[in-house]
Design a protein around this ligand. Structure first.
Ligand SMILES: Nc1nc(=O)c2c([nH]1)NC[C@@H]1CN(c3ccc(C(=O)N[C@@H](CCC(=O)O)C(=O)O)cc3)C=[N+]21
Ligand SMILES: [Mg+2]
Length: 295
């Protein structure tokens, strides 16, 4: 049996970032517009800090303004809401990302719903969720957008394909299902209560795994030649006493059956940040009322 084609998320993310850099340069030249992205981080989670630092670096690299608001873990909900309100009213800021998870004493839903939907670069606000499902111009969540770009990099058309999404979160499962439906896939959302999940997944031409369970999807679940997009990023113990990242898919065995597969790391992860920058450029153009290269 032949090995699956490995979908290179790092390389495709670099090409998305190059497109964003070109769009940022065009907005500057034609409209004197410099997109700006603000990230709000509450607390000291070390993984979050690395991720936020990465985002800030890449934001500057594509030519956008970048701001980081690092608040102590014990910051009150009212103070977080006040920071969001200030950014909502700052004309230089076109995109606001509040890093999740938030500390337990803060109502995350309340904070996310307080973001101006036109600056909601995560696409988590109910207004953007609604716009996505009815087919209006929307800011679309980054990981789902990146996942579909990766699928399209190996499948010339998604039209008519059986797509199975594993996971029903608001962050990935539901929005990726909306995007695949828009691409004319027949979409099934499978989840922890799905009966005979392996049989359901086995029907799929395209599998998007977003459950957060390390290596849950086995080779026996995969139709030969299927495309696998692995959204999972799970840190697990490794042989040498350290930790390593694995996806929601048992990569080695599934790569023997699939037609194409994303690795972890180096698959969907890098696409998430690239699509965040893309959303910030799109938000800036939309707020300014000028044409956008992206939506
Ligand atoms: N409001 C909000 N929006 C988010 O989009 C959001 C968030 N909060 N909170 C945290 C999660 C996590 N997340 C990642 C994005 C990229 C990588 C990424 O680039 N991962 C690399 C590996 C990085 C490593 O080696 O640790 C890869 O998969 O190749 C990881 C994680 C976005 N998130
Ligand atoms: Mg995301």
């Amino acid at each position: 049996m032949s090995e699956a084609k490995i979908i290179d998320g790092k390389q495709i993310a670099a090409s998305v970032r190059a497109d964003v850099a070109a769009e940022v340069a065009r907005l500057q030249k034609e409209h004197g517009l410099k997109p700006g992205l603000a990230v709000v981080l509450v607390g000291e989670d070390p993984a979050s800090k690395v991720y936020v630092a990465n985002k800030a670096k890449q934001t500057v690299e594509v030519g956008m303004n970048s701001w980081e608001h690092r608040l102590p873990a014990e910051t009150s909900e009212a103070d977080v809401l006040a920071v969001v309100d200030k950014l909502n009213n700052d004309p230089a800021c076109h995109g606001i990302l509040v890093q999740l998870p938030l500390p337990k004493h803060i109502n995350a839903e309340k904070v996310l719903n307080s973001i101006n939907p036109d600056k909601d670069v995560d696409g988590f606000h109910p207004v953007n969720v609604g716009r996505l499902w009815v087919g209006e111009r929307a800011l679309v969540p980054c990981t789902p957008t990146g996942s579909v770009i990766l699928a399209k990099s190996v499948l010339p058309s998604l039209s008519g394909l059986d797509a199975v999404v594993i996971g029903r979160s608001n962050i990935v499962g539901k929005p990726v299902a909306a995007l695949l439906l828009r691409e004319n896939c027949s979409v099934t959302i499978a989840h922890s209560r799905t009966k005979n999940i392996e049989d359901v997944v086995k029907r799929a031409d395209l599998v998007v795994a977003a459950v957060g369970i390390p290596e849950m999807v086995k080779a026996s679940w995969i139709k030969p030649g299927a495309t696998i997009i692995d959204v999972g990023i799970n840190r697990v113990p490794s042989e040498n006493g350290k930790t390593k990242l694995v996806g929601d898919v048992a990569y080695e065995e599934c790569a023997k059956v699939a037609g194409a597969i994303t690795p972890v790391p180096g698959g969907v992860g890098p696409m998430t940040i690239a699509c965040l920058l893309r959303n910030a450029a799109q938000a800036a153009a939309m707020i300014a009322g000028v044409k956008s290269a992206f939506a």
